[in-house]
Design a protein around this ligand. Structure first.
Ligand code: 0WD
Ligand code: CA
Length: 406
């Protein structure tokens, strides 16, 4: 049991049997001051190409390149449905990659993380937790989530807890029964990215000039946009950042997909140069505004805060599928925007819950064995429970990884 689970007000309920100890998720249990979170520092990155192949470089990092001269709330008028039928290559969602790409990065970068001596034995990966940022986002949102549950598989291997999501039955059903309308909405998010990002820090014309004329000293002020109208949207492609962070006593290695970097950012040091891109339906009345603040801003804040991404650029789309306004949010401003609203959310609750859940993992997952999986399950309105599995069907660490770390 961790040191923070001893008090009577502990949200960890004790069942008659230790093996069924569960964790409560009620948001009122997690109010309090904001826990210590050390802002993430980037230790590496990788790219996934159009065939979903891993590359140990930033070839898929894109550059923020908004239309020149456009001001806040201006309408760029981009048609984000354009190309849906003809220029869309979708990732195969049946293929469950789990932690594959993070493990590949870890295997190639063992030296970066170093090892340390703990109780006489060395940890090959000197972090408490390894996971995708998206999994932590789900944890952060849990105290306020009323619709979708989750399954998180955890394995303790050589002193590090690996957390990997398993698709729930409900999520699988929802994915398989997605309507054409929902598919189009998903596409529109990717298409928005291709309108506002360029493949290089400057437009292609300027790149040519830079390459042709090495004497050119002055870099153009406003980056040109690359023509994107005809570009294929391929959701296999990704640029992922790998970062170290700390939540109270929990050291984390997190990886997350990053949409683009801002070549004109004050600091060029990632993650402070990164920008998250989002689309959302145009807000037409106070009811829609409340719902946007309550649901969308919660998810947007959790996702970007975890990686230390300072800026979120949102494109609001009309019912006809055109971007009618652009808005820039500072991630750090979002909690202030929603504070005091009825039925609002509190970032401290999100982080306190995540902190307790990570402590809960440390208390429950005690057997260090790469074949063993502790499956944590949660459904809205219930506590977090867990079951233990050694069936290969549940394994989250592939044998090549276990071998590499041995
Ligand atoms: O197989 C799965 N169920 C998942 C795969 C779930 C979550 C993520 N992934 C993959 C992603 O493809 C990506 O390569 O893991 C990688 C990074 O994930 P993350 O950054 O931890 O994930 P998250 O924060 O949930 O999503 C970041 C972005 C999304 O941006 P928006 O603005 O929509 O939140 O990753 C993309 C998406 O652009 N993304 C996906 N792309 C393809 N397939 C998926 C997915 N299932 N989920 C998120
Ligand atoms: Ca995005």
């Amino acid at each position: 049991r961790g040191p923070d689970q001893n008090s009577l007000s502990s949200p960890i309920a004790k069942c008659p049997f230790m093996s069924c100890s569960s964790l409560k998720t009620l948001h009122s249990l997690y109010q309090g001051s904001f826990p210590f979170y050390r802002l993430p520092s980037e230790v590496g990155h990788f790219s996934l190409d159009e065939n979903r192949q891993y590359h140990q470089d930033n070839r898929k990092l894109r550059y923020y390149s908004p239309p020149v001269g456009i001001r806040k709330k201006d309408s760029p008028g981009w048609n984000v449905m354009d190309g849906y039928e003809s220029h869309y290559v979708r990732r195969n969602e049946e293929e469950k990659e789990g932690l594959l790409h993070i493990l590949t990065w870890l295997e190639k970068n063992q030296s970066v993380l170093g090892t340390h001596v703990e109780g006489g034995s060395k940890r090959p990966i000197d972090r408490d937790f390894v996971t995708w940022r998206g999994h932590l986002t789900k944890l952060l949102c849990t105290p306020y989530e009323t619709q979708e549950g989750w399954l998180l598989a955890v394995t303790l291997f050589k002193g590090t807890f690996y957390i990997s999501e398993r698709e729930t039955e409900a999520a699988r059903k929802k994915r398989e029964e997605r309507t054409q309308e929902q598919e189009r909405l998903m596409y529109s998010g990717y298409k928005f990215e291709s309108y506002i990002c360029a493949d290089g820090p400057y437009g292609s014309d300027q790149m040519d000039i830079l390459q042709d004329n090495l004497k050119l000293r002055t870099v153009p002020d406003s980056p040109d946009r690359q023509p994107s109208q005809s570009a294929v949207v391929n959701t296999n492609e990704a640029y992922c950042s790998v970062l170290l962070a700390r939540l109270t006593s929990h050291s984390l290695l997190i990886s997350g997909e990053v949409d683009c970097t801002d070549p004109s950012a004050k600091s060029s040091i990632p993650p402070s140069s990164y920008i998250e891109l989002k689309t959302s339906a145009q807000i037409r009345n106070p009811h829609q505004q409340r719902s946007f603040n309550r649901y969308k801003l919660l998810k947007w804040w959790c996702q970007s805060f975890l990686l230390g991404i300072p800026i979120i650029v949102a494109g609001f789309r009309s019912q006809e599928g055109k971007i009618v306004s652009l808005e820039t949010f500072k991630t750090s401003d979002i909690p202030h925007l929603v504070r005091g609203e009825r039925n609002s959310w509190d970032p401290a609750v999100c982080m306190n819950f995540c902190n307790k859940f990570l402590s809960h993992i440390k208390a429950v997952v005690t057997k260090d064995d790469p074949r063993l999986v502790y499956l944590f399950a949660w459904e809205p309105g219930s506590d977090v429970t867990f079951t233990v599995h050694n069936d290969p069907e549940y394994t989250i660490l592939p044998s090549w990884y276990v071998k590499a770390m041995n």
